[in-house]
Write a protein that binds this ligand. Structure first.
Ligand SMILES: Nc1ncnc2c1ncn2[C@@H]1O[C@H](COP(=O)(O)OP(=O)(O)OP(=O)(O)O)[C@@H](O)[C@H]1O
Ligand SMILES: [Mg+2]
Length: 605
């Protein structure tokens, strides 16, 4: 498989449109560190005027030398030399101070953007995270958070150079306006070239993001502990290596092609710029030879022209650099603009406590964004207060999906879910989430201390050792905790120094403890016991039935031995409830449940 990068036509309009991103970014920069930004600007204002001041002083010094041919140094000269020295010293000092403020700003800016990214990402819908194109944007946004320091620098230099340029051009224009316009004409092609290539660079970076993500993924598979077992046994090493080499080769190839073209055209334009400068230089020397201008003026003008030509080229290339960077920031700004769909309405009602009427799914249909396959199809389902319901069905029938809807991680495509008679969407989302404790099949194993692995269930209670121990006792994780010498503070997972790895079932006990820690009215266990041994599982369920008495509980399991004790068993198939009832009713009915149960029971005989 290879990827094709379609030639993307880039217009000037698009390039200018990218500059729209500059103001919001400037706002970000300012918010990151107002004082640092302000002092950076002030220092630059002062430092920008130094070159023209120094040139002017040089002119006077040279003219003074020319005028007096005596061997004594006139007092005026001392003043001029002194002033020039002071300016040179100030210039050095300012330069270093500006570097310092820039370095600080870079740190603060990266931090600010990263913080915003994290904060924003946590607000977004689950749907966003399950969408691959969103990951491309997120990935680019993440890179942009750290890679755009260059833009800040460029903006600072743009300010500095623009002021210097203006002050120097005043000197040039004063003498000869057409000389200055000649310079401008010489620099414009370079500017066009620069920004053209900057744009091509962006298009390339944009188009290879999916490939970069695959490359990163390959590196992860090849080097992570989780995958080491399979990679070794299946002998995947060579395959991973070759694919990695192929993809990175393609990326490098495309980059080299662009860089070469940039090199050729950039050099050509630079030569044109030099021709402009030396043309003016020849003209001025000729004027001085004719005696039309003094040597001091010659020095001033050649200095000013050399200076303004460098500054002008600098300003142009900085400008295209900034629009290039701004283009890269499109994704960051776009990402920060994405708003979650699932959020509390204005005037949202608080979650009911206690829940009196339960959940009521009415004609609920659902398909995932980006797919038209209906996972739930006109489903009607009730979960009453105090009821323990088991949800069964073959793989992919939508059990987990139903839980995501109930917990409002997704909204139904059509139909309504009621909770105590109100549309679920009318409740405050954060409060609603507090009432629901879910342990998903793919629960997270946090490479953090045991305390956190339980404490995430109720994060404000993470320091309440007693509550953590009680929760651990309920889930059976307490026996593990006792084994650890540092108890709750034992690091789990192998990522960090001193961490211990747990078996699948042991991790599940910690995950279960989270659900118990949470003071939720609804408990949902989505196959939480798949990795537990038979003894542990029957213990967990006996305890679960006990501990969740009076609460609403939804249990998803493929093991009928655990399911059979529920108040009601719901069989999900083709997006609908195929049959429901107690274990005995369903077995007597002789339908799907009965045959599946028989199948499992037979395998134990
Ligand atoms: N984020 C998603 N985007 C698109 N489709 C999805 C997504 N998650 C699940 N699906 C699809 O929805 C269907 C139902 O998935 P779901 O996870 O609800 O099944 P399940 O009943 O929990 O299965 P299992 O017993 O294997 O856990 C599956 O066919 C799956 O491919
Ligand atoms: Mg599932």
């Amino acid at each position: 498989m290879s990827f094709a990068v379609p030639a993307r036509k880039t217009s000037w309009n698009q390039r200018l449109a990218a500059l729209r991103n500059v103001p919001p970014v400037l706002r970000l920069v300012w918010d990151a560190a107002p004082a640092v930004v302000a002092s950076g600007i002030a220092l630059r204002l002062v430092s920008a005027l130094i070159p023209v001041a120094m040139l002017t002083i040089s002119k006077f010094i040279i003219d003074l030398i020319n005028a007096k041919h005596s061997s004594t140094i006139p007092a005026q000269m001392w003043w001029l030399l002194g002033a020039e020295f002071l300016l040179a010293a100030a210039n050095q000092l300012l330069g270093r101070t500006i570097d310092y403020t820039d370095a600080r700003l870079a740190d603060e800016f990266t931090r600010e953007v990263s913080l915003r990214l994290i904060q924003h990402a946590t607000r977004l819908d689950l749907a966003s995270f399950e969408d691959p194109s969103f990951h491309d944007v997120l990935e680019r946004a993440r890179q942009q958070a750290t890679d755009r320091i260059g833009m800040l620098n460029a903006m600072g230099r743009l300010l500095l150079q623009s002021i210097t340029l203006i002050s120097l051009s005043v000197a040039v224009v004063f003498y000869s306006p057409w000389l200055f316009s000649l310079l401008v004409v010489c620099v414009v092609p370079a500017f066009m070239g620069e920004s053209h290539f900057a744009f091509l660079g962006y298009s390339l970076a944009h188009e290879i993001t999916p490939v970069r993500r695959e490359v990163d993924y390959l590196r992860l598979i090849g080097t992570s502990k989780e995958n080491a077992k399979e990679v070794k046994l299946f002998g995947l090493g060579a395959h991973l290596h070759d694919r990695y080499a192929l993809l990175t080769g393609q990326i490098i190839g495309k980059n080299i092609k662009l860089t070469r073209r940039r090199l050729v055209w950039g050099s050509l334009f630079a030569v044109i710029g030099s021709i402009g400068y030396y043309g003016s230089y020849v003209f001025l020397v000729w004027q001085a030879l004719q005696g039309r201008i003094s040597i001091g003026t010659l020095i001033l003008l050649t200095g000013a022209i050399a200076g303004s030509s460098t500054q002008l080229q600098g300003v142009f290339s900085l400008f295209s650099h900034i629009s290039d960077q701004a283009l890269h920031l499109t994704d960051l700004i776009a990402f920060l603009k994405v708003q979650p769909n699932i959020r509390s309405r204005p005037n949202a009602i608080p979650a009911p406590r206690p829940i009196r009427d339960g959940f009521d799914f009415r004609d609920v249909s659902f398909h995932y964004p980006g797919s038209s396959r209906l996972i739930l199809n006109d489903l009607n389902f009730r979960l009453h207060p105090g009821e323990h319901v088991a949800l069964v069905g073959e793989n992919g029938q939508g059990k987990t999906t139903l839980v995501k809807l109930l917990a409002r991680l997704y909204d139904p495509t059509s139909g309504v879910i009621y909770l105590d008679g109100n549309d679920l969407r009318d409740y405050n989302v954060e409060e609603l989430h507090k009432e629901i404790g879910v342990i998903f099949q793919d629960f997270v194993r946090y490479d953090m201390p045991a305390r956190m692995n339980i404490g995430v269930g109720k994060i404000d209670g993470v320091d309440d050792d007693e509550a953590l121990w009680i929760a651990a006792k309920k889930s059976g994780a307490d026996s593990l905790l006792r084994r650890f010498s540092s108890g709750l503070d034992q690091m789990l997972g192998r990522r960090f120094e001193g961490g211990v790895d747990l078996s699948g079932g042991e991790w599940q006990k910690f995950a279960l403890a989270r659900a118990y820690l949470r003071d939720a009215q609804v408990l949902i266990l989505d196959e939480p016991t798949a990795a537990l041994d038979a003894v542990a599982e029957s213990e967990v369920f006996a305890r679960f039935a006990d501990l969740s008495r009076g609460k609403m509980a939804l249990l998803i399991s493929h093991r009928f031995s655990t399911v059979r004790k529920s108040d009601r068993i719901v069989v999900l198939e083709d997006g609908q409830i195929y049959e429901e009832g107690t274990h005995d009713q369903l077995v007597a009915h002789g339908g799907r449940y009965a045959s599946l149960f028989e199948l499992q029971a037979a395998s134990y005989r």
